[in-house]
Design a protein around this ligand. Sequence first.
Ligand code: NAD
Length: 355
Amino acid sequence: MSLFDSPDFDNHESVTFFSDEASGLRAIIAVHSTVRGPASGGARLWSYDSDQDALRDVLRLSRGMSLKCAMADLPLGGGKAVIMKPDGAFDRTAMFTAYGACVERLGGQYITAEDVGVTPNDMRAVRTQTRFVGGLPEGEAASGDPSPITARGVFMGIKACVERAFGRDDLRDMRIAVQGLGHVGSYLCGLLHEAGARLIVTDVDLDAMRDAEARFGATTVEPDAIYDQDVEVFSPCALGAIVNAETLPRLKCKVIAGGANNQLSTPAFGEQVLDAGILYAPDYVINGGGIINVAAEISGKYDPEWVDQKLDRLIDTLGEVLDAARAEGRPTNFVAEDIARSRIVRPEPAPAPAE
Ligand code: NAD
């Protein structure tokens, strides 16, 4: 299928394919929108089964970033990069240095940061080639790993959902299933554990599971069994498209609220989630903490108070979305998308000056 006919293509401003023979880099950078400001979004390093899968991922993720930045009311547009993870050993510094040169070639249209599989240290290599990078481990305005702020936003968002679904303002003894114990998932588990929630968790990484048992008293289950748990809240914090026709009938929760991007198999699937009586926190609203943190860095002066205020406002916005969706009887992600799109409006081109 051609790029323009793909259902994931959403009038993206540009999609650029890069390769660098010396380092083995193969990457795609998608700029969905620069209407609100430079397109921003992390770079994902992943073993894709095919180029089509990688393209699909970058199209969907970059679109999500435009919606996310609009919902967090940031002066940023949406973009994303995917880097094909080589099969064997590779020189990570060389690859991310080459990637930095690609970002530089886009001349500031796209500002990169970390996503799945990418670390602040990788961003250090990127910085040797371009200033269009956030999530750095050091430097005047460096914000480092955005995951703790993302996890804090997800935690606040879970509370907002629980309040609406169960009429409770605390999480004591609530059963919460967390899928994925990486950067976001593990910080989130810490906050949920402190709040007295009972955790049922999974990961494909056995060490992460043992760690969650020891640190959070979590019950661990096989990755596929996470959908069958008797829980109040399901919190996806791994990869996308995990709420789909196969998994939805298995879910027993009343709330889906987690950090992963693109949780629904398609945006239209929001209808089925609503019909199943589940309150879904749109992913690009609840997980906007990380991009708020990166935006603070991009502004040139990292101010933690500004980050806190933006995060509070974002979770208020999530509450407004949930309430409007209930009042209108519509899927939460439809309501969120309407708000986001109303905030991404390209100004009319100025008329040519008179002769
Ligand atoms: P990560 O790579 O640190 O963690 C992902 C975890 O999921 C890993 O531990 C991995 O082993 C696990 N996993 C992979 N496949 C799994 C499966 N089938 N079942 C269970 N676990 C599985 O990534 P992260 O930074 O924690 O991000 C997690 C999700 O949140 C991603 O979708 C990412 O795009 C999204 N997100 C992250 C941030 C951030 O600040 N890091 C911000 C917004 C959104």
